[in-house]
Each structure stands twice: as C-alpha cells, then as structure tokens.
Design a protein around this ligand. Structure first.
Ligand code: SF4
Length: 363
C-alpha cells in the first residue's frame, strides 16, 4: 500500500465498481462520516453522487468549532472584552456568532484578537507581550489537544506567566456514543475519523461493534481512502460481521500515538463537557489539571455566563446530529452563507452547512 497513488482514477473506478457490486445485495444503507474533514472531502470528490442510490452518506458531529457550545463562545467573547488582553485563536472561531456578537465584532471594536496557526505561536506572542494577558482559545478534538498541552508545558518550562488557555477540547468517542444512544438516525456503519484515530488509535472505537453492533472503518482523506472505507463498511454489513476496520494503515495504529496521548494527559484530565446539539456529555471534554492551573483561563479569569442563546432559527444542533440536512434549515442560502454565517456549521471549514454551500448543493 506504501506506493499507492491515493487519487488514482482507474483504481477509484475499480473500487467504485466493487462498492456497486457489494451494495447490490443490500437494502438501503446509511453511513455517517464522523469527521468534518471527511464531509468536505466527500463533497470535493463528488462521492455522494458516485455512490449507488441505496447508499446514503450522513454528516456527523466531527467539526470541533461547530460542536462548541454557545456558553463557551460567550465565555471566549467575555475574555476578549477584558482589558490588557490578547486573544489568540484559530481562524474558524473568528466569525462564530455568540449570543450577541462574534470575535470579529469585538476585533472591529478595537480589541486585540489574533489568528494563529498553532498554540506555540500564541506562546510566542505571550513572550513578546509580557505586559498583556495572552489567551489561546483551545478548540479541537484529540488531534489538537496534545499540541496545546505541549505549549503549556513549554510555558511552564520557560516561566511564562502571561500565557493562558481556555480549554474547550472535546473527545470524539462520547459524541458518537451519544448519537447512537439518541437513536434519532438509523445508522448501518460509521466512517471513522482519520486524524483523531492517529492519536487515539483504532482500538478506541471498539465499543461501536461491541456495544452497538455497528461497523466502523477508519479512513484517510483522499478519494481512494474514502472509497476503501466505504467498501470495507459495506462488506462488514453484508457479512453481518461488525468490526473496527482500519483502512488508514499508513497513519493509524491500533494503540494510536502514545507520545501524543502522554503529552495530552500530562496537562489535561477528562471532564464532562457541553456540546452544541448534544448537550452535556459525561467524560467528553478535557480540562486543564490542577497542576497547570496557572495557565487555565477558566480559573484565572472566572466569568459567570448566565444564559447563552443561539439564533432561534439556526438548526446547527440537528445538522450536527445528522437529523436534518442543511437544506432543511430555512435560513440556508436565504439568510445564512459563509459571508453572513448565522451558525458555526456555516463558518467552519469543517462544517456541514459550509460544505453544502461551497460545493453548490442547493434545494
Ligand atoms: Fe445554522 Fe446556517 Fe446551518 Fe441553518 S444553514 S443550520 S442557520 S449554520
């Protein structure tokens, strides 16, 4: 597999014809792709249109910005309003609307909000601005958390006392479990997230076949990766043999990346967390350990967020759970677009609404 061209057209056609053959013996099949990057890749390659009609792809909750609860967005906005503060964040967060405004609005009002591409850049900004509190907005899944942990460890090593992280990090398996427990969508298989699984390992998904009798195929992000994942799922469904199938062997190991896990759990501990669309999920988030409390923005700048409101017509929660498609939201393309996003699913480069919009899917 090492020298495979993962965009090879002939090979794609061959796997597609195998998918058609396997699916011809099956009834209607619904597969959820957990990951927002998969969602965008599936649209970019036109995979939904290439699949047989009895195969439906449904987008799941794997967009970290989209699932960040509005009270966390409001908390971030309140941090940004503080004097002598520099907020550092990934670009996707800038336009996400909180209850009344966004980081972009606060930046326009004159506050110092900077887009960074890594938490280490935020640390550098803290070193360059010793008289300011530099706060990094930690949004992401298991893929992001180890690098944020690394920055906190480095800040401690260097004795930097004006660097803080507001941790909104989330763990992916509890969200998948929640969707299955809710039972709102009937799923026959899960296309597992490639990036997350490089850290947590394929074995972390074993609860899916064990507890829910549902197969999962972990896949990469090129067209052949995704088609191989779908083919593996269909074969497991056909054989009534749900398992964890790792089709992203070049990146994912059964045990994951121990180094990244160790770094993550050196700094963070598992805690309950609020998810947009899913509510409070037990043991689904990462908070900073007491040992590193000096870097924890939630401890150093406690702010009471009484009530957080979402736009009353935005249906991001249902989109995140796969219950509706963005086309069923009355605001899609009428009011809500990437230049005027009403909800995070339209803002984020991993959001389902933005995928529909960008790839021209319309009612
Ligand atoms: Fe929310 Fe806009 Fe998506 Fe509707 S189209 S669910 S308003 S983000």
């Amino acid at each position: 597999m090492k020298n495979l061209d993962y965009n090879d057209t002939q090979l794609s056609k061959k796997i597609l014809s195998e998918i058609k053959e396997v699916s011809s013996s099956l009834g209607d099949i619904t597969i959820m792709e957990f990951c927002g990057t998969h969602t965008h890749s599936i649209f970019r390659f036109g995979i939904r249109d290439l699949l047989p009609q009895n195969i439906t792809m449904l987008s799941g909750p794997g967009c970290p910005v989209c699932v960040t609860d509005n009270r966390d967005i409001d908390y971030s906005l309140a941090l940004a309003e503080m004097p002598d503060t520099i907020i550092t964040t990934f670009g996707d967060m800038i336009k996400v609307p909180g209850s009344s405004k966004s980081l972009q609005d606060i930046k326009a009002e004159g506050k110092d909000i900077r887009i960074v591409y890594s938490c280490m850049s935020a640390l550098e900004i803290a070193e360059q601005n010793p008289k300011k509190n530099v706060i990094f907005l930690g949004v992401g899944f298991e893929t992001t958390a180890p690098t944020v942990a690394g920055a906190i460890i480095e800040a401690e090593r260097k004795g930097i006392d004006n660097f803080f992280v507001y941790s909104m990090h989330k763990l992916t398996p509890p969200a998948m479990r929640s969707i299955l427990e809710l039972g709102e969508v009937k799923l026959n298989g899960i296309l597992g997230p490639g990036h997350v699984s490089t850290v947590i390992g394929s074995e972390a998904w074993k609860f899916l076949p064990d507890d829910y009798k549902i197969p999962i195929a972990i896949a990469g992000f090129d067209i052949i990766d995704i088609l191989l994942g779908i083919r593996a799922l269909l074969e497991m469904i056909r054989d009534k043999n749900p398992r964890v199938m790792n089709t992203y062997l070049r990146a994912v190991k059964p045990e994951g990346n121990k180094l990244a896990q160790d770094m993550m759990y050196e700094v963070f501990e598992v805690a309950d967390s609020y998810w947009r669309g899913l509510g409070k999920l037990p043991e689904s988030g990462l908070r900073i350990k007491e040992k590193y409390k000096d870097f924890d923005a939630s401890k150093q700048f406690p702010i009471n967020i009484s009530e957080a409101n979402e736009h009353r017509l935005c249906r991001c929660g249902e989109v995140i759970r796969g219950v509706i498609s963005p086309l069923e939201c009355p605001l899609f393309d009428e009011v809500c677009s990437p230049s005027n996003p009403v909800g995070p699913c339209m803002v984020s480069s991993e959001g389902t609404c933005s995928a529909y919009y960008l790839y021209g899917v319309r009612r």
